[in-house]
Ligand binder design. Structure first.
Ligand code: GDP
Ligand code: IMO
Ligand code: MG
Length: 429
């Protein structure tokens, strides 16, 4: 029975939440394995719109067991807010499981994230300000606080004290901010500890046992390939592994157990925050994509930077993640264009690159080489089979498939759960 990883192939916001929700009915577990409440997934089910940040999108499907894996960083206050908001709307959240090894985001890391960005000025990364970077840095520096520490108060106090010895120096002496009290941090972290205690468990064991019992497990990435700390456009990345390998380290399920990797590819590109973006548009076409695609951040409300589809990025995502399937989302947004440009390669100072240049300065100088495909004017949002799409839209999909080198198994033609064309089975059928 399959273990399936679902990843973003670009800079995030490709429609991972909708794709997870779509698969929800066919899987038993949905695992968030990286990131935290920097993610923002919008899921539309009939007339209801849900915005999820920390919880896996699978929580919306009755019967699915949602799991927060060890690779996630958890803001406990946000977790409780999200759970309460969903419960108030009639969503049963009682099956949530949280890894005892997941790290928590202490309040001082939210402060540090924001003040560091301000301090960087022009050189800022454009983070979401949620404390993600400092919390992963603490994890790697071995001064982080884990969910299991909440249940041993003397250990918790010791860890906070040790952390604050350094953090308070930084806050006071570098950023001219007030020092943080140990008791203040303890109080915030313990506020909801008892409420979540029944959910805290060895999620790695639980997922392996589920796979042994023939259950289907879906691993849902936050962020995306080019925001991955190792494989993305460093340093303009998030601080976790958002690529398929992260599903293993972030959950305790081994690579030998993964059967399929689904890449979510938006029919054009967007990026929130700073960093390179070869196909970015600064003209009316960019505005068209932003308006038509409603490209404003789910988490921070920031307008997303927009550009044409970049298949150099797509091929890179195929390689890094080992994609078996692609879900092409938001094809409907391209309706009405005279021609639809696809970036097929980069021109870097006279040299053609079909693969992502390893040297980032080259990517900075990359000029996209476009292929122009004829557009279509027909409304495609009611299409439910590939054959119903206008001929030019079909040709566009087939060309993208050829350029990425991975079959396009589903196509999004609108935000709603049912606004999807299924071409091939995503679960390997
Ligand atoms: P995620 O972070 O990858 O889950 O993506 P977001 O939820 O941040 O952004 C994707 C947005 O596009 C959401 O508002 C979705 O409701 C919407 N969406 C997803 N698929 C489609 C599609 O095929 N067509 C259209 N028009 N909207 C879509
Ligand atoms: P989903 O899961 C788009 C971006 C931020 C910033 C950089 C680092 O919805 O696709 P961080 O707060 O993580 O330290 O910020 O990463 N970023 C995202 N961009 N979608 C996301 O998530 C993102 N999560 C982080 O804008 O540029
Ligand atoms: Mg998003």
């Amino acid at each position: 029975m399959p273990a399936i990883v679902l990843v973003g192939t670009q800079w995030g916001d490709e429609g991972k939440g909708k794709a997870t929700d779509l698969l929800g009915g066919s899987v038993d577990y949905v695992v968030k394995f990286n990131g935290g409440n920097n993610a923002g997934h919008t899921v539309v089910i009939e007339d209801q719109t849900y915005a999820l940040h920390l919880l896996p999108s699978g929580i919306l499907t009755p019967g699915v067991i949602p799991v927060i894996g060890n690779g996630v960083v958890v803001d406990l206050g946000v977790l409780i807010e999200e759970l309460d908001a969903l419960e108030a709307r009639g969503v049963d959240t009682s099956h949530l499981r949280i890894s005892a090894n997941a790290h928590v985001i202490p309040p001082y890391n939210r402060v540090l994230d924001k003040v560091t960005e301000r301090f960087l000025g022009q050189r800022r990364l454009g983070t979401t300000g949620r404390g993600i970077g400092p919390t992963y840095a603490d994890k790697m520096s071995r001064v982080g606080i884990r969910v299991q520490d909440l249940y041993d108060q003397s250990i918790l106090r010791q860890k906070i004290e040790a952390s604050l010895q350094v953090k308070n120096q930084v806050l006071l002496k570098i950023y001219n901010r007030r020092a943080v009290e140990v008791d203040e941090v303890l109080a915030e972290l313990l506020l909801h500890a008892e409420r979540i205690r029944p959910m805290v468990t060895d999620t790695g064991l639980c997922l392996n046992q589920a796979l042994d019992a023939g259950k289907t497990v879906l691993f849902e990435a936050g962020q995306a390939t080019l925001l991955d700390v190792d494989h993305g456009t460093y340093p303009f990345v998030t601080s976790s592994n958002a690529t398929s390998g992260g599903a293993c380290t972030g959950s305790g399920v081994a690579p030998t157990r993964i059967d399929r990797v689904i890449g979510i590819l938006k029919a054009y590109s967007t990026r929130v925050g700073e960093g390179l973006f070869p196909t970015e548009l600064h003209d009316d076409s960019g505005e068209f994509l932003r308006k038509t695609g409603a490209e404003y951040g789910t988490t921070t409300g920031r307008p997303r930077r927009c550009g044409w589809l970049d298949t150099v990025v797509g091929r890179y995502a195929r390689r890094v993640n080992g994609l078996t399937d692609v879900v092409l989302t938001k094809l409907d947004v391209l309706t009405g264009l005279e021609t639809v440009p696809i970036c097929v390669a980069y021109d870097v100072q006279g040299t053609k690159h079909e693969e992502m240049p390893v040297n980032q300065s080259d990517v900075h100088h990359a000029k996209p080489i476009y292929e122009e495909l004829p557009g279509w004017r027909e409304d495609i949002s009611a299409c439910r089979s590939f054959e119903e799409l206008p001929a030019n839209a079909q040709a566009y999909v087939l060309r993208v498939e050829e350029l990425i080198g991975t079959r396009i198994s589903a196509i999004g033609v609108g935000p709603g759960r049912t606004e999807t064309i299924q071409r091939f089975g995503l679960l390997g059928d």
